[in-house]
Write a protein that binds this ligand. Sequence first.
Ligand code: SF4
Ligand code: F3S
Length: 104
Amino acid sequence: TYVVTEDCIRCKHMDCVEVCPVDCFYEGENMLVIHPDECIDCGVCEPECPAEAILPDTEPEAEKWLELNKEYSETWPNITAIGDAPADANDWHGVPDKFKLYFS
Ligand code: SF4
Ligand code: F3S
């Protein structure tokens, strides 16, 4: 599976949603996650993300985000169409430790 990492938080460009052939993205207030059981590992979303927030779970740094993707994709609503990214989305690219700001 592919996973969304904390680099998505507050960026939420949603380009990934446009390209996913199986609509396996789920939407929270500040980020999206991928349902690991629905993702078919096609990889087309990874290069589409302007925040470079999507990784295959074979990457060591992706591992810790897999549980979060699994947990939240069970409760957040499915998203199948691109919406408007936050106005300040680009300001949040690469900001470290966004997870601590928004999930604790
Ligand atoms: Fe969707 Fe493919 Fe990305 Fe999985 S890897 S979330 S199936 S676009
Ligand atoms: Fe997030 Fe990137 Fe998609 S910022 S919403 S993973 S395009």
